[in-house]
Design a protein around this ligand. Structure first.
Ligand code: EPZ
Length: 427
């Protein structure tokens, strides 16, 4: 994956057809990897870990802290020593916001942690105030000095944490911290994503008692001595949905295998509302859109089980080609519309009104050179290129390699005409 070109040339207009297998979920693997820090002199084994830039970044961070990480063909072992470092390097933390997931485990394990404040990114300011407020409630002292969080504690205490917003990362940080804090902690207004449930499975396997994961209230009975464990990472619902939308936009027939259809319920509901029938099976989902038109719809992104914000750019791309008007409201992030400008370069009609975008469907899109601003916007631009007439070049693909394993192989197996091209300066 390293050294992959940063640009792809796509010749659009070809219906995709065939099946792909969903990768392991990036946003489940990252917190489960961080939870390994709760072990002392023991091993955490993970199955179905996707081979992605962000996974390697987290592995490098764990190695920096003293863990031994081996990763081969989806199987990862993390051996955690009795003594861990508790200062995290700025370059790794700034590269990936999910690095903040080591904060709770380090405070629980070492009584201390120093974490450079993760930067904002193209989709918003992305503070970690909810994480910090919860750790203070559990007995940590937090100082912000020189752009870093300095956390320390003489002993955490089990308590009740109630979130103002069901933050995924904050729920994960508190869940991991509570798993190592003796007594019963209760997390209210917790995030309910499937990735939270996968993390809870890992913590239960280590010996913590966790109940209610997947609901808004999670009860944790922690223990200082967590044991070696093995956990299988769930399939990636956002990657799976991205390929289904590729099938819709190219008016082809695409099946995603190895996915739990429950994870895609909000997408399935919206596709059927748009007039796109979806095939739902025990562990696969399919769309068949030959010659099909679809209607405009209204949707609002919400925490799970609502429509996922990580699918907002991709469904917006599909609605750019709908018969009629759609209204999309982004309620999770404060500025997740950077991709709108790039969509317009391909002939889309979009009008941003505050945190809402009005999408006027057009009969066709035309290829152009466009630039990815973040992971999901980059994926959406690839979908636009697959559907557009003519050639599209998508630049800044480094964002896309962070979250989509073997994307070129998978798309080519579905019949996409796309290939990497040298960077503009011939590098
Ligand atoms: C996770 O990010 C995902 N990342 C994101 O996926 C996803 O978009 C997001 O959840 C929402 O589903 C990983 O799991 C690694 P949040 P996270 O805390 O935990 C605000 C991708 O494409 N907030 O639920 O950072 C925040 O600013 C990535 O894979 C605070 O205000 O999301 C945002 O507006 C992109 N204070 C909202 O809550 C806090 O302390 C949701 O954030 C924390 C969050």
């Amino acid at each position: 994956m390293d050294g992959l070109s940063d640009r792809v040339l796509i010749r659009g207009g070809k219906p995709l057809s065939g099946g792909i297998v969903a990768q392991g979920a990036k946003n489940a693997a990252l917190p489960v990897m961080a939870s390994a820090l709760l072990l002392s002199g023991r091993r955490l084994t993970l199955e179905r870990v996707p081979d992605l830039q962000d996974i390697h970044t987290m592995a490098d961070l764990l190695r920096h802290l003293g863990a031994g990480v081996n990763f081969d063909k989806g199987r990862m072992t993390i051996d955690v020593p009795e003594d861990l470092k508790w200062e995290t390097p700025t370059d790794l933390v700034r590269r990936m916001r999910a690095s903040s997931l080591v904060l709770g485990p380090l405070v629980a394990r070492c009584g201390r942690a120093v974490l450079p404040l993760p930067g904002g990114c193209a989709i918003g300011s992305r503070p970690i105030d909810l994480h910090l407020k919860a750790l203070v409630k559990m007995g940590a002292e937090i100082d912000l000095e020189h752009g870093s969080v300095h956390a320390r504690t003489d002993g955490l205490k089990a308590t009740r944490i109630s979130f103002d917003f069901p933050s995924v990362g904050a729920t994960e940080n508190v869940l991991m911290t509570a798993a190592m804090t003796p007594g019963e902690s209760v997390i209210e207004n917790a995030a309910r994503e499937p990735e939270i449930v996968n993390l809870a499975q890992a913590l239960r396997a280590m010996g913590a008692r966790v109940e209610g994961d997947g609901s808004g209230t999670i009860r944790v009975r922690g223990t200082r001595s967590l044991g070696a464990a093995s956990v299988r990472i769930i399939p990636d619902r956002i990657e799976a949905s991205t390929y289904l939308l590729a099938g819709v936009m190219t008016r082809g027939e695409v099946t995603v295998n190895g996915i739990n259809p429950e994870y895609l319920e909000s997408l399935i509901i919206k596709l059927e509302e748009a007039g796109i029938p979806v095939g739902v099976f025990a562990d696969s989902v399919s769309v068949s859109c030959r010659e099909r038109r679809w209607r405009g719809i209204t949707l609002k992104t919400l925490p799970y089980p609502g429509f996922p914000t990580d699918l907002q750019p991709q469904i917006m791309a599909a609605l750019c080609m709908a018969d009629g008007t759609s209204v999309i409201q982004e309620s999770v992030f404060d500025s997740r519309y950077v991709h709108v400008g790039e969509f317009k370069r391909m002939g889309s009609k979009l009008d941003i009104q505050g945190n809402t975008v009005v999408v006027t469907g057009v009969p066709r899109l035309t290829g152009a050179e466009v630039r990815a601003s973040d992971l999901r916007a980059g994926a959406a631009l690839i979908l636009m290129g697959l559907a557009a007439e003519g050639e599209t070049v998508v630049c800044s693909l480094k964002h896309v390699w962070r979250g989509y394993e073997s994307l070129l192989c998978k798309m080519e197996s579905l019949g996409a005409d796309m290939r990497l091209i040298p960077d503009a300066d011939g590098a």
